[in-house]
Design a protein around this ligand. Structure first.
Ligand code: ZN
Length: 70
């Protein structure tokens, strides 16, 4: 479920700079624990794509994206 307030701003892909994982909010699972991420650790991407998140070194969340490397 997308969140339209700061710091998510309606973006689909959300990075957690603490765990270095990226989440797909259009496929959010309870295991993502999005609401437990410190807002200061939330990273959005421009463009808002998985490939951009990967380019910046984020790893897939095992719950909402899968194929996590770790
Ligand atoms: Zn996730």
């Amino acid at each position: 479920m997308r969140r339209y307030q700061w710091p998510f701003n309606g973006k689909r892909f959300i990075g957690n700079t603490n765990t270095n994982e990226v989440h797909d909010l259009d496929n959010e699972k309870s295991g993502c624990k999005i609401d437990q991420i410190n807002p200061l650790h939330v990273k959005t991407f421009d463009p808002d794509t998985l490939s951009e998140a990967k380019r910046q070194g984020f790893d897939n969340c095992a719950y909402c994206i899968g194929n996590s490397k770790y």
